[in-house]
Design a binder for this molecule. Structure first.
Ligand code: HEC
Ligand code: HEC
Length: 356
C-alpha cells in the first residue's frame, strides 16, 4: 500500500470514529440536471434540459394556457379541418416521424405533392418567422396557410370554420380557452400555435455532456463536436448556432440550384438579389428523426448531408461565403454524423388527443 493511501485510510477511520464496523461515507446522489422554467401567461413548464427559456417567443396577444394548448392539440390532429376530411397538420408533421412526414416533399389532399420538404414542428417556441423562406411572421400567421393551400388541406377558411362549428364538443373547448364559445379563424390559429409551442426536443446526450457528464457522448461524437464548432474545420456552428442549432437566418448552400428551375427561397419574400436560393437554417435537434433532409428533401441521410457540405455545396452565383470544400476524412464525416446523432433526446408534446 502506498503511504498516501494508508494515510487516507487512517483519516477515514478517524473521521468515522471507532464505533464498530466502518460505514460507507454518506454521499448524496447528484441531483439530475434540471431544465429551465418557462412561463407564458398562466402556463408554466419545465423545459427539457438544454433549452433556454429566455429565447422563447410568444406574441403578447396570445399568452399560453392549458385549455388553449389542449384545444390546439385537438385541432392539430383533426382531419376535419381539411376539405375532404383526410388531412390534418399531423399528417405531414407526424409525432412518430420527428414531426415531419418522412417524405422528400409532402403529399396533401387528393394525393397531390408539393415542392418542399415538411420541416419539423419541434422547438418552434424558439423561432419567430416560419417556413423555409420565413414568409409567415409567426406560428399564428403560419397555421392558416396549410388549411387554404390547394395541395395541402385544400379548404377555405369559411369552410374550415363551418366544419369545426359543426362538430359538437368544440364550443365548450373554445369557451375554456378564450372565455367565450365563438369559433373563428384567429382563435383556431392561436390555439394551434399554443399547442405547437409545447412540442419540444431537448435533454439529449449533448445536453447531459454539457452539464459535465462526460460519458454521455461517444468519443466519436466528441470529435464530431470539435469539428462542428471549429470555424477552420467543418464550420457548422457559424449557422447552426446556439442551443437550438440555428441562427434563424437565411443562406444559400446551393441546394437545388443545379436544377433547371430552382426554388428561389427567401428571394420570393424579400425580392433582394442576395436572397436568391437562400433558405432558413433548420434546427438540428432530433434531426435523426426527420429525414429526408434539406428544403427539397434531396438528401436521404445525415451522411449524405455531410458529404454535400464536404464538397462545398452546389456552387452558384449566390453561394454563401461560409460554404466551401471541407476536405474531411471518412473518420471526420462519421464523427460529424455521430455528433448530430447525439442531439436526439426527449420529445415533449407527442400525446395524441381524443377528438370531440
Ligand atoms: C400536406 C402536408 C402538410 C400539411 C397538411 C401541413 N403542413 Fe406544415 N408544412 C408542410 C411543408 C411542405 C412545409 C414547408 C413549406 C414551405 O416552407 O414553404 C410546412 C411548414 C410548416 C411550418 C414551418 C416550420 C418551420 O421550421 O419554419 C409549421 C410550423 C407548420 N408547417 C405547421 C403546420 C400546421 C399547424 C398545419 C395544420 C394547420 C400544417 N403544418 C399542415 C407540409 C404540411
Ligand atoms: C452558411 C450556413 C450553414 C453552414 C455553414 C452549415 N449549415 Fe447546415 N443548413 C443551413 C441551411 C440554410 C440549411 C437548409 C438549406 C436548404 O434546404 O436549402 C441547412 C440544413 C442542414 C441539415 C438538414 C436539416 C433538415 O432538417 O433538413 C443538416 C443535417 C445540416 N444542415 C447540418 C450541417 C452540418 C453538419 C454543417 C457543417 C458541416 C452545416 N450544416 C453547416 C445552413 C448552414
Amino acid at each position: 500500500m502506498r503511504p498516501g493511501l494508508l494515510a487516507g485510510t487512517i483519516a477515514t477511520v478517524l473521521a468515522l470514529g471507532c464505533t464498530g464496523a466502518p460505514k460507507e461515507p454518506q454521499k448524496a446522489a447528484p441531483a439530475a440536471p434540471q431544465g429551465e422554467t418557462f412561463t407564458s401567461g398562466e402556463y408554466t413548464a419545465t423545459l427539457p434540459l438544454g433549452l433556454q427559456a429566455s429565447a422563447a417567443y410568444v406574441p403578447d396577444n396570445n399568452p399560453m394556457s392549458q385549455p388553449k394548448i389542449e384545444l390546439g392539440r385537438k385541432l392539430y390532429f383533426d382531419g376535419r379541418l381539411s376539405k375532404d376530411g383526410t388531412i390534418s397538420c399531423a399528417t405531414c408533421h407526424d409525432a412518430d416521424k420527428g414531426f415531419s412526414d418522412g417524405r422528400s416533399t409532402s403529399m396533401g389532399v387528393a394525393h397531390q405533392t408539393g415542392a418542399r420538404n415538411a420541416p419539423t414542428v419541434m422547438n418552434r417556441l424558439f423561432s419567430k418567422e416560419q417556413f423555409w423562406d420565413g414568409r409567415a411572421a409567426d406560428l399564428e400567421a403560419q397555421a392558416l396557410g396549410p388549411v387554404q393551400n390547394p395541395i395541402e388541406m385544400g379548404h377555405t377558411l369559411e369552410g374550415m370554420i363551418s366544419n369545426v362549428k359543426g362538430i359538437q364538443g368544440y364550443a365548450p373547448e373554445f369557451q375554456a380557452a378564450f372565455g367565450t364559445p365563438d369559433i373563428n379563424a384567429d382563435r383556431v390559429a392561436q390555439a394551434i400555435a399554443s399547442y405547437e409551442r409545447t412540442v419540444l426536443a431537448g435533454n439529449a446526450p449533448y445536453d447531459l455532456f454539457q452539464t459535465g457528464d462526460k460519458s454521455a457522448m461517444s468519443e466519436s461524437a466528441v470529435r464530431g463536436m470539435s469539428l462542428f464548432n471549429d470555424k477552420d474545420k467543418a464550420n457548422c456552428v457559424t449557422c447552426h448556432a446556439g442551443f437550438n442549432f440555428t441562427d434563424e437566418s437565411y443562406h444559400n448552400l446551393g441546394v437545388g440550384m443545379d436544377k433547371p428551375n430552382p426554388d428561389w427561397g427567401r428571394f420570393g419574400v424579400t425580392k433582394q438579389e442576395f436572397d436568391k436560393g437562400a433558405f432558413k437554417t433548420p434546427t438540428l435537434r432530433n434531426v435523426t428523426q426527420s429525414g429526408p433532409y434539406m428544403h427539397d428533401g434531396g438528401e436521404a441521410s445525415l451522411l449524405e448531408v455531410v458529404k454535400f457540405y464536404d464538397k462545398g455545396g452546389n456552387p452558384n452565383k449566390w453561394l454563401s461565403k461560409e460554404i466551401k470544400p471541407l476536405h474531411l476524412t471518412d473518420q471526420d464525416r462519421a464523427d460529424l454524423v455521430a455528433f448530430l446523432e447525439a442531439l436526439t433526446g426527449e420529445v415533449r408534446g407527442r400525446e395524441k388527443p381524443t377528438l370531440p
